[in-house]
Design a protein. Structure first.
Length: 309
């Protein structure tokens, strides 16, 4: 009898553990305003991810300070198993080098990388500028303004490095996300942006160059930055999922399994193909190592661009 009671107790405990996630609500923090590239992908990722976990989840935009406000909220939720961040590259690998923050690359439980895309230097299709050479030439007589999804984000870093390494005359105007920056570009408040193919697919833009070491399929006529005579500036905008430190190994594994299943799902693959969001899955250990490597590399780029000491 004692043995039977023990077995039933164990089975009950296993059942409770397996259903723990299904009983919870999950906050998915996107640290940018709605409508930008990160938000677009996150909202396509969320339904399948939630279904895999069996939870009710809400995507919550917590914009501000170049994605560090929302990212900090995740970091400060140590031990909370019901909040995760759908994070852009800059918040994890650039911002901690630019200013004092309540988090660093070691402040999270890494779940997965989802997508990665090279950035394009782009202008509005309503602009009369059709080449980087023309852009540089016209900037000598009229200073251009370039936007970004916030100070110290990868779009900012890519453009700052371009200005430093070319004769382009342009100054930076930061916004709270790619969406607001696109509105500014449409209204000619700014004239230049660097962002991903996802943005190119969702807005009416003209790419002038790509920040990669090779031309991108589907944009065969768009030269690389290096082909234009600049140093190789290889910038990719990637996104991934992190959770607070201190959550259980079991919960972290549940998230990792759900992420892998989501990225491999037909629904997400269809979205990614249509939005040109290049699927680039990395599991927890590989994602953590990747973030640390990019953090060190971006620290040097920031220094070379004169953005840090």
């Amino acid at each position: 009898m004692t043995s039977l009671r023990y077995s039933l107790a164990v089975l009950a405990l296993i059942g409770a553990t397996q259903s723990a996630v299904a009983a919870d609500n999950l906050d998915i923090i996107v640290p940018f305003a709605a409508g930008g590239a990160t938000d677009i992908v996150a909202r396509s990722f969320e339904p399948t991810f939630s279904q895999q976990l069996g939870v009710t989840s809400v995507v919550r935009n917590v914009a501000g300070a170049s994605a560090t406000v929302g990212t900090a909220e995740v970091a400060k939720s140590e031990g909370n198993p019901n909040i995760i961040g759908y994070e852009p590259a800059g918040a994890l690998t650039i911002q901690p080098s630019l200013k004092k923050l309540p988090y660093g690359p070691d402040s999270f439980t890494y779940i997965c990388r989802t997508v990665s895309n090279p950035m394009f230097l782009m202008v509005s299709k309503s602009s009369d500028i059709t080449s980087f050479k023309q852009l540089v030439k016209e900037s000598q007589d009229q200073l251009f303004l370039y936007g970004s999804s916030g100070p110290g984000t990868l779009p900012h870093l890519a453009m700052a490095a371009t200005v430093v390494n070319s004769d382009l005359k342009a100054e930076h105007i930061p916004y709270s996300g790619s969406g607001p920056a696109m509105n500014a570009l449409a209204g000619n408040e700014i004239q230049i942006m660097a962002d991903t193919e996802t943005i190119l697919e969702n807005y009416d833009l003209r790419p002038l160059a790509v920040f990669a070491d090779h031309r991108v399929e589907g944009y065969d006529d768009v030269p690389t930055i290096e082909e234009l005579g600049l140093p190789e500036l290889d910038f990719a905008v990637w996104q991934g999922v992190v959770a607070p430190k201190g959550i259980s190994d079991e919960r972290a594994q549940q998230y990792a399994d759900a992420c892998k299943a989501t990225v491999e799902s037909d629904k997400f693959k269809t979205f990614a193909d249509k939005a040109k969001a290049g699927i680039a899955y990395l599991g927890p250990d590989d994602f953590k190592a990747f973030v640390q490597k990019r953090f060190e590399a971006n620290k040097q780029v920031l220094k070379d661009a004169g953005l840090t000491q």
